[in-house]
Design a protein around this ligand. Structure first.
Ligand SMILES: Nc1ncnc2c1ncn2[C@@H]1O[C@H](COP(=O)(O)OP(=O)(O)OP(=O)(O)O)[C@@H](O)[C@H]1O
Ligand SMILES: Cc1ncsc1CCO
Ligand SMILES: [Mg+2]
Length: 265
């Protein structure tokens, strides 16, 4: 795990091109901006090539696309591959909506996606593992999460982040678990969307995307955990506000002291 990449990120201020969803777009922009990246969003296919060229990473969030946006998403995916930019996908609610799974599966078949970041319900769906996803939430399942994440990585030929109380990051063989976090993340819609774009930001400065995925999970979950430790009750609003502060203020030393993870070769 390369925690020092936090400082590289802040020095390089990578541009992250996000196709976001209308629910959480501002949290995503402010979250990665606070951390030290430079967000840019667009819904216009005509400027897709310029966007991808200027970006250090591309994040496709599939949270609320229209048919017209699918055409834009497809063009951006193709351009990200053409210009060799790291490509991250957040397959929102693919475990709950058949149409979304069809669209996401087709994207994954047509493009080289480097990192998939989803919760257990979403990663299980892309692994074709039986699971009861619930809307945008992880839902219920009794399969082993490491096995689910590995199956998804192998099937989709990508690094997979299965986020939740423990984040599981795998390339299909090696596994890293990040134990940080707080249940307060679940009280703020879009925590996962923010994480996916934080993953893009790290992939923009760390050419080893497996390392980038791990470092992003440890950084984001540690920031939330550090905020939760300052609250005296479940305060979702205060948590969100302080999460932005912490993403900005957290030092490498704070991160190193907080991060709890294990890597299995
Ligand atoms: N119960 C929990 N305890 C600790 N950390 C958690 C818990 N649930 C989620 N997290 C953390 O929350 C962050 C977002 O992950 P999550 O799996 O909730 O995404 P998501 O389901 O896609 O969220 P959203 O749909 O709101 O965007 C990750 O950093 C994860 O580690
Ligand atoms: C609530 C919601 N609905 C579509 S996207 C989204 C935000 C979480 O991704
Ligand atoms: Mg999500």
């Amino acid at each position: 795990m390369k925690l020092a990449a936090l400082e590289t990120l802040r020095q390089q201020n990578p541009i992250v091109f996000n196709i976001s969803n209308f629910v959480t777009v501002q949290d995503v922009a402010n979250g990665i901006n606070a951390l030290g990246a430079s967000p840019i969003m667009s819904e216009e296919i005509t400027e897709a090539e310029e966007m991808v060229q200027m970006a250090s990473a591309v994040v496709l969030n599939l949270g609320a696309f229209t048919e017209r946006q699918v055409a834009q998403i497809r063009r951006v995916g193709q351009l990200a591959n053409q210009y060799h930019k790291p490509l991250v996908i957040d397959p929102v609610a693919v475990g709950a909506v058949k149409y979304r799974k069809q669209v996401a599966t087709q994207l994954l078949a047509d493009f080289q996606v480097d990192i998939i970041r989803g919760n257990a319900g979403e990663i299980a769906a892309l692994a074709d593992v039986d699971w009861q996803a619930k809307g945008i939430d992880a839902g219920e399942g009794n399969q082993d999460l490491v096995a689910v994440a590995k199956a998804c990585a192998t099937k989709q030929h990508a690094i997979v982040i299965l986020s939740g109380p423990t984040d599981v990051i795998t390339d299909g063989k090696q596994v890293c678990k990040v134990f940080n976090g707080t249940p307060l993340f679940q009280l703020h819609v879009g925590s996962g969307d923010m994480l996916s774009s934080v993953v893009g930001a790290f992939a923009g400065v760390l050419p080893d995307y497996f390392e980038a995925a791990q470092t992003a999970c440890a950084t984001f979950a540690s920031a939330g955990e550090r905020v939760a430790a300052t609250l005296s009750a479940e305060q979702p609003g205060t948590f969100a506000a302080k999460l932005f502060d912490e993403l900005h203020l957290m030092t490498l030393q704070n991160l190193t002291e907080t991060a709890k993870f294990e890597v299995q070769p």
